[in-house]
Design a protein around this ligand. Structure first.
Ligand code: PLP
Length: 383
């Protein structure tokens, strides 16, 4: 039986060039000295970090001095939001956030709320798009901070962050953008274009290693470190650097800068073929976010009458790794907060699947994937 990994928004396999670069470093002792040491071994490790920083900066079209390496997207989101709030912005303690954010943003925002910040939550429309006017309508004289993601991790909808960021900048409101799912997937994943003060990214979504991410902090944007104890990363993220992870991130960024255009075209063609074929086989399938601009690799479908948790398990047995729009926690089905936020209702929130394509998938795989989904859906509906 063939096996198809279709869950690249959860994580991606290492690109072979990334794996080779990391294996070489592991084979030679794992990264030399401590990058903070001034001896030759320390300087060699420092050099690797700075070379990787330049590669990540090139992909993001920012200055390497504006990047802070973190343990991943979650830490980068936390550092941006908690660090900006701790800088005590003079405008006040009101924050605007969208309800369809990843928990890496939702939870620090809720923490700020529990610490006395007032939060206005803005919901996306039926396609998963956060309308700029809805964000602007939420702004107040004491709004200090706003956060809207660049691309949604479930539905794949691209948000109008450029328009949102431009207005926020003119009003003097700090803007954080979670760019984790946009990296590699859009041609210009550039925080400066979004007028973002902060933007979070993660290596494992672009065929880099897990456990390494980066926060873009615009030169001059206020931020207070959240970890006490070290002066690494310009004092913004103390702790001895994850040299091998950073090296892998740099390599992945280099590969995506080189191959991104071709890969995005390939993924778009495959996603559209999959979408057409699925609709052909399952006429009542609903493609979510179809009317909005989307990342090229993501297909989010509602299959009425097919509980997502059952589908994920049955598809796994048929050789397909996909993800549910709802997560099954401790035996109880948790509805997808994104689908609920989009106003699609509880039934859709528990009967939606996310198929996210990537490196190992091929256009020629589409018929077999569609056949598996259609026959599993028919079996689930028959029971
Ligand atoms: N933000 C978004 C939109 C994500 O999709 C993810 C991961 O799924 C994260 C943040 C967290 O990134 P990490 O897994 O690197 O902590």
């Amino acid at each position: 039986m063939s096996r198809f990994y279709l869950d690249h928004n959860a994580t991606t396999p290492l690109h072979p060039e990334v794996a080779d670069a990391m294996a070489d470093l592991l084979g030679s002792g794992g990264g030399g000295g401590n990058p903070s040491s001034i001896h030759a071994e320390g300087r060699a490790a420092r050099k690797m970090i700075e070379e990787a920083r330049e590669k990540v900066a090139a992909l993001l079209a920012v200055s390497p001095t504006e990047l802070v390496f973190t343990s991943g997207g979650t830490e980068a989101d936390n550092l941006a939001l908690l660090g900006a709030a701790a800088s005590r912005p003079s405008r006040g303690r009101h924050l605007v956030a969208s309800t369809s954010e990843h928990s890496a943003v939702l939870e620090p925002v809720r923490r700020l709320e529990s610490q006395g910040w007032e939060v206005t939550w803005v919901s996306p429309n039926l396609d998963g798009m956060v309308a700029p006017d809805a964000v602007f309508a939420a702004l107040r004289p004491d709004t200090a901070l706003a956060t809207v993601m660049a691309a949604n991790n479930e539905v794949g909808t691209l948000q109008p962050v450029e328009e949102i960021g431009t207005r926020l900048r003119t009003e003097g409101i700090l803007f954080h953008c979670d760019g984790v799912q946009a990296l590699g997937k859009i041609p210009a994943c550039h925080p400066r274009r979004w007028n973002a003060d902060y933007a979070a990214f993660s290596a494992h979504k672009i065929n880099g290693p897990k456990g390494i991410g980066v926060l873009y902090v615009r030169k001059g944007a206020p931020i207070v470190a959240q970890a006490a104890g070290g002066t690494q990363e310009r004092g913004l993220r103390g702790g001895t650097e994850n040299v091998i992870g950073i090296l892998g991130f740099g390599k992945a960024a280099e590969v995506w800068l080189r191959d991104g255009e071709m890969e995005r075209a390939r993924l778009t063609a495959m996603r559209d073929a999959l979408s057409d074929a699925l609709r052909g086989r399952i006429p009542d399938a609903i493609i979510n976010g179809e009317q909005a601009p989307r990342v090229p690799n993501t297909l989010h479908i509602t299959l009425p009458g097919c509980p997502a948790d059952l589908m994920v398990m049955a598809l796994d047995m048929r050789g397909l790794a996909v993800s549910a729009g709802s997560a099954c926690a401790s035996g109880s089905v948790k509805h997808s907060h994104v689908i609920l936020a989009m106003g699609l209702g509880k039934e859709a929130a528990s009967a939606s699947l996310r198929i996210s394509l990537g490196q190992g998938n091929r256009l020629t795989d589409v018929p077999e994937i569609v056949e598996a989904i259609a026959s599993v859906a028919a079996a689930v509906r028959a029971n």
